[in-house]
Design a protein around this ligand. Structure first.
Ligand SMILES: Cc1cc2nc3c(=O)[nH]c(=O)nc-3n(C[C@H](O)[C@H](O)[C@H](O)COP(=O)(O)O)c2cc1C
Length: 465
């Protein structure tokens, strides 16, 4: 394989106790229970920065998982993303405690008006000197929708149309409202040039925003755009807008297909294949020998909360109750995880497969167990499959990241699979070589769009706006 680029590494986290690997918070070495303590996150950000991770990526939700009318006992008892705190607030503390690491927050299109959101992100981009990324999500919880005045989650494809308008408003504010040299701060004269600060006069289906954007241009203007949808509408949104896409592919072959197809779509949308990077989510169990790693994996398995994973995966009955671990798979009446359930029914033939089998199989998928050398071998294969980076999913905080930093990163570096130093500048410059979005990105169409100097892209698009 000729591709010798180092992989990128993100730490996938959430400001909560139980994010992905449910039950692990009960381990004595689990400090994710201290998530309310800002020092937990400051220490982790500094650990990750010393290990040259590219970014810390915070997931977020706006409500409870599961049936919005059913009991939520399991979610609360397992600490499953409740309680959870707002990552955008936490990021400002991390921004002033670090220098290079990227800081990514998730925010869905329901939870914030785009005018206010764009302002918050510009402020964070100023505070962090250009290290903010936004994971654009459209929401996935009925309860989360009810917290914002809706009866239930808006239909799937309509959510992506909503997202299209949302990013359009934000792009107009970030890219089009302020010209580069509008801020003068001339003590003998004026503070800024009104002719270079523009109202955007957005009028769309959901939003009406006059502008101008209140912050002056931040180092990146538009934050680095992350996205994680895997449906047709999700991928098509990613192909047009995303700079980093998160995938959880069950195999390298399927990852290669998803990467290729999304890049094809990006090309069709006028972007270049390399304008989008792909991060596979994986977790790691590291040992100084294979036997030690396997023994550690068995310990993690002991802490798996069957109910926690089942609740997160929406393995619920028609009344919204989480299926008990001993429920035979043939009795499941749920659409989620049907493929997995059928696969297990074919593979477990000596007894009746139950929900606990399904959950264990899911909990153990996407994990690499081995020595640092074995893990580096595997990651080399993921790179060869066309993946640009890894989203490191943790079992415990900070231990999973500390072990990865201490034992796997040095081996990856020896092989040229991980960076040894940060490139200078804002996050987008570190990742793509330039602090601002390229002219090929749809956001660039709004540059100059409100000043009378129309951008060529906008003219080509028929002069929207
Ligand atoms: C790695 C990864 C992380 C995600 N993080 C979040 C999150 O923090 N908050 C959220 O609401 N959705 C999150 N999602 C869900 C997706 O953004 C998306 O809403 C979901 O996959 C459904 O979209 P789709 O139907 O296009 O696949 C995540 C998905 C993946 C694969």
């Amino acid at each position: 394989m000729t591709d010798q680029r180092p992989l990128r590494f993100n730490a996938f986290v959430m400001n909560t106790t139980s994010h992905i690997h449910h039950g692990q918070w009960r381990r004595p070495d689990a400090h994710q229970t201290d998530f309310n303590d800002v020092q937990t996150w400051v220490d982790l950000a500094q650990l990750l920065e010393a290990a040259k991770f590219d970014a810390m990526f915070f997931a977020d939700v706006t409500g409870l998982y599961g049936d919005a009318d059913a009991d939520y006992d399991v979610y609360v008892e397992e600490g499953l993303q409740i309680p959870s705190n707002d990552p955008s607030v936490l990021l400002s503390a991390l921004a002033v405690s670090t220098r290079d690491i990227g800081l990514a927050l998730t925010s869905n299109v329901m939870q914030n008006h785009p005018f206010n959101f764009a302002r918050q992100v510009s402020t964070l981009d100023h505070i962090s000197r250009g290290r903010v990324a936004w994971n654009v999500v459209t929401g996935m919880q009925d309860n989360g929708a009810r917290n914002f005045g809706l009866d239930r989650l808006t239909d799937h494809d309509e959510r992506y149309r909503w997202a299209e308008e949302y990013v359009e408003v934000a792009y107009k504010l970030w890219e089009g409202s302020w010209e580069e040299d509008a801020l003068e701060q001339d003590r003998e004269g004026r503070h800024a040039d009104p002719r270079k600060i523009h109202k955007i006069h957005h009028r769309g289906q959901r939003y009406s925003v006059e502008g101008p954007h209140l912050p002056s241009p931040s180092p990146q203007r538009t934050p680095v755009l992350f996205q994680a949808g895997s449906s047709g509408a999700g991928r098509s949104f990613a192909a047009r807008h995303a700079e980093a896409v998160f995938i959880i592919a069950p195999s390298r072959e399927l990852a290669a297909t998803q990467v290729r197809e999304t890049r094809d779509q990006a090309e069709a949308a006028g972007r270049r294949r390399e304008d989008i990077t792909f991060y596979q989510g994986l977790s790691f169990v590291i040992g100084s020998s294979e036997a030690e790693a396997k023994a550690k994996a068995a310990q993690y398995d002991e802490y798996i909360s069957i109910e926690g994973y089942a609740a997160h995966a929406a393995l619920v009955d028609p009344d919204g109750r989480v299926y008990p671990p001993e429920t035979p798979l043939r009795e499941l009446r749920t659409n989620s995880a049907r493929g997995f359930a059928e696969w297990l029914q074919r593979h477990i033939t000596d007894r009746e497969p139950v929900v606990a089998d399904l959950v264990r199989q899911r909990a153990q998928s996407g994990r690499i167990v081995g020595t640092p050398e074995q893990i580096a071998d595997e990651l080399g294969l993921w790179r060869d499959a066309g993946v640009d980076g890894i989203n490191v999913v943790n079992w415990v905080i900070p231990g999973s990241f500390a072990e990865f930093a201490d034992h796997v990163m040095p081996e990856l570096r020896r092989r040229g699979l991980a960076q040894s130093e940060y490139a200078p500048g804002p996050l987008r410059q570190k990742l793509f070589g330039s602090p601002r979005l390229s002219d090929r990105h749809p956001a660039a169409a709004w540059r100059g769009a409100f000043s009378g100097e129309r951008s060529p892209l906008l003219a080509a698009a028929g002069g929207r706006g």
